[in-house]
Design a protein around this ligand. Structure first.
Ligand code: ADP
Length: 572
């Protein structure tokens, strides 16, 4: 039965029973009231009149007139108050006898008859009182019975409603609330179990259908997700580069076979572990998570794995996602990718060795060419005409350039293999500047470029390899002369700045486009369209030399206006 019908029936029945109870009570109260009123009016008053008539009959001899009047008055009232069967006959008899007695006032027999009649009337009414009393009692008893029956029914229904209704309503709601909570906690196998044919039954059916669909949906998604997870895991595992995935707390989420090979641990020893804890006992892990967020292009790492030395370039990819419905992205972890660059490193080594060998082998013949040319120029070796002299000059210039190139190539290959030795000592900055300026003086004069030397006084000595620093300054100056137009000027500055002695070469030449300024210190880089005779190595070697001395090197330039190349060296 539906709850609405149940409630309607229960409360409705209770309502009807209360009305019945009220009606029954009212009816019986009215009946009892009517019975008692009847006794009072019809019988009790008759007794009163009879008593008055008896006493006035006794007083006839004493006060005749008064007694007669009193008797008559009461007789009249009695006549008007006849109510019982047979009472009328006796009353009218009494009236007739009283009329005779009025004529014959000393008739004792008549008096006695009248007295008997009055007693008869009294007896009749007394009997009637008794009968009516019995009826009233019975009415009261019936009323009691009916009120008790209807009252008990009301009580039973009210009690039944009181005991069952709250539970009937609250229990399914409680069960439903618990089930909804389970569903909210993703326990989609939860069902409700009330199967009554009421509103709750319908609700349970709908709820179970919803839970079933959610379960189905979740299972299908789960299956899909598991499948996709497996696919990704396989993909990551099949990659030749070692990969390690960390969550935002630094807990290792996944690690592929290549990564396991190089860190020398088993999967179960790594997954779910904190990278910091692992780093305490694993050297490689330590170097991997140190500066984890550092720029991805750090120095290549040399790792001994799989019986050979390999080179890896670490790249840390920060993973951020934007949750559905939100604007802000959140950090969910990092993926460390180690790119195996061993093959490139090997090629690079081969290239460096080749360059080193070739440049080394070229240097000696070029030097002897230079020497031979010098001998050729001397008059002892014979006279040469102007044309021959010009040819010798041109060969000298070319061999000079070749010597510079082979020198730079040798320097860079030695820097790459770490075979260069710096001789860092207390050095006088003025000496370094003078050495460099002297070396390029002729070159500047040839282009009619004025070299302005602007040196701050009393600068302290610096920690430097004066030969290499001089080389760098010469490189700056040679470039400045090359990229300045003739008859311009170049300033060489020496000053103190932020605990450093700063060497500056300022020119007013073609300048460097902003896009290339950060690249001019890269190996083999030449600005497109610039003097192709160089190697693109001069500034790269300069950077290596200066940084190896813990110094700084920089460029500021404005296209078309000129460039300022600076080096800063720490003073002693
Ligand atoms: P290179 O030996 O080819 O000159 P560098 O490493 O010395 O190589 O210079 C790299 C590039 O920087 C050059 O190709 C040149 O275009 C640019 N460059 C260097 N110095 C200057 C300068 N003072 N003015 C303009 N461009 C310059």
């Amino acid at each position: 039965m539906r709850i609405k019908t149940k409630l309607n029936l229960g409360v409705g029945l209770l309502f009807v029973l209360i009305i019945v109870l009220s009606l029954v009570s009212a009816f019986y109260i009215y009946s009892i009231k009517k019975d008692t009123q009847n006794i009072l009016k019809a019988n009790y008053e008759t007794l009163e009149y009879s008593r008055n008539m008896l006493s006035s009959l006794d007083e006839i001899e004493v006060n005749e007139t008064k007694a007669i009047v009193l008797f008559e008055t009461n007789l009249k009232k009695q006549i008007a108050n006849i109510s019982e069967v047979g009472e009328d006959k006796v009353t009218y008899d009494l009236q007739r006898k009283f009329q005779i007695l009025e004529q014959d006032r000393n008739n004792a027999t008549l008096k006695s008859q009248i007295r008997n009649d009055i007693f008869e009337i009294m007896k009749l009414n007394m009997n009637a009182i008794k009968v009516k009393g019995d009826i009233a009692k019975k009415t009261a008893e019936t009323a009691n019975l009916w009120i008790a029956i209807v009252g008990s029914l009301c009580f039973l229904i009210a009690f039944n409603l009181l005991v069952n209704l709250p539970n009937n309503i609250a229990n399914p709601i409680k069960e439903l609330t618990a089930s909804i909570k389970e569903i909210a906690n993703r326990n989609y196998s939860e069902r409700v179990h009330f199967h009554n044919h009421n509103e709750y039954g319908d609700l349970a059916k709908s709820f179970n259908t919803m839970a079933e669909k959610l379960e189905e949906y979740s299972n299908s998604n789960l299956h899909k997700l598991t499948f996709e997870k497996k696919r990704l895991e396989t993909l990551i595992n099949n990659m030749h580069d070692p990969i390690i995935g960390l969550d935002s707390e630094g807990i290792i989420l996944f690690v592929n076979d290549e990564a396991l090979k190089i860190i020398g641990l088993r999967q179960e020893e790594v997954i779910g572990q904190s990278a910091t804890t692992l780093a305490l006992k694993n050297d490689l892990m330590r170097s991997l998570i140190i500066n984890e967020l550092e720029s991805s292009k750090a120095h290549p790492m040399k790792i001994f794995a799989d019986g050979k030395e390999s080179y890896f370039e670490k790249e840390t990819v920060n993973i951020t996602i934007t949750p559905t419905g939100e604007d802000k992205s959140i950090d969910i972890g990092n993926v460390i990718i180690l790119r195996n660059i061993t093959i490139f490193k090997e090629l690079d080594f081969a290239k460096t060795n080749f360059i080193a060998t070739v440049s080394h082998e070229l240097k000696t013949p070029i030097s002897s060419i230079k020497l031979s040319l010098q001998l050729l120029e001397k008059s002892e070796t014979g006279t040469i005409n102007d044309e021959q002299k010009q040819l010798i000059e041109s060969i000298k210039e070319d061999s000079e350039r070749l010597l510079k190139i082979t020198g730079e190539l040798l320097d860079i290959s030695q820097l790459e293999t770490g075979n260069i030795h710096l001789n860092i000592e207390k050095s006088n900055p003025y000496d370094i500047v003078n050495y460099a300026v002297d070396a390029v003086k002729v070159q500047a004069e040839q282009k009619q470029i004025e070299l302005i030397i602007d040196l701050e006084k009393e600068l302290p000595e610096v920690k430097a390899d004066s030969e290499k620093t001089g080389w760098v300054l010469i490189n700056f100056l040679t470039n400045a002369i090359t990229y300045s137009s003739s008859q311009s000027k170049i300033i060489v500055k020496l000053k103190k700045e932020n605990n450093q002695v700063v060497f500056q070469v300022i020119d007013y030449g073609k300048g460097i486009d902003k896009r290339y300024q950060s690249k001019v210190f890269d190996k083999y880089f030449q600005i497109p369209g610039s003097n192709k005779s160089g190697t693109g190595l001069g500034l790269a070697i300069s950077k290596e030399f200066i940084e190896a001395q813990n110094g700084t090197i920089s460029v500021e330039s404005e296209l078309g206006l000129g460039s300022t190349f600076s080096i800063g060296l720490n003073w002693v």
